[in-house]
Design a protein around this ligand. Structure first.
Ligand SMILES: [Zn+2]
Length: 170
């Protein structure tokens, strides 16, 4: 089958857009950041701080985005860059650990509870209030987010691996 010109054109444009984003960060810094993300995740996983390689994905994406936004990036551009960096970091990690990203279902707390691997909790990990019906770890998204952010910050600070995105002023 011959690839349609429209598809090739879109792909080319996507590649240019991606290169432009990376260019904005600087090639050296881009690579260094991917390396840092790999190191932090690898260490957290080995230390048992996260149950899967993807355990810090959310907080890391939010953290990178936040740093970039502080440096005058627009939200969308910052989020795209965060995703791009993490996608590369996970490609390295998946190869290193011969791991495969779990299905969405497998990432939900109910999955583990139903498999009988955990004794069911009754109180929120973060605020210790009674868990509402259908909640297995946290009473709310707020508590889940707060706990993950705290784990992430402690980990990064403890290892002296602050992920900083000092970009040459544009
Ligand atoms: Zn709570």
């Amino acid at each position: 089958m011959i690839e349609g010109p429209a598809l090739g054109f879109d792909r080319q444009h996507e590649r240019w857009a991606r290169d432009a984003r990376r260019g904005k960060l600087g090639r050296g810094r881009y690579r260094a950041l991917v390396e840092q993300l790999v190191t932090v995740t690898h260490m957290a996983f080995e230390a048992g701080a996260i149950g899967s390689l993807w355990g810090l994905e959310g907080p890391m994406r939010a953290g990178i985005r936040e740093d970039l936004c502080r440096q005058a990036w627009g939200w969308s551009a910052a989020d795209l860059m965060a995703r791009d960096l993490l996608a590369n970091a996970f490609r390295v990690l998946e190869g290193r650990f011969e791991a495969e990203r779990p299905e969405w279902n497998e990432g939900q707390p109910e999955w583990v509870v139903h498999e009988g691997l955990l004794i069911e909790r009754t109180r929120c990990i973060n605020c210790h209030c009674q868990l509402p019906e259908g909640h297995h770890k946290y009473c709310s998204r707020l508590c889940a987010g707060a706990t993950q952010q705290r784990h992430y910050r402690r980990l990064v600070a403890g290892e002296g691996l602050a992920i900083k995105l000092a970009i040459d002023s544009i």
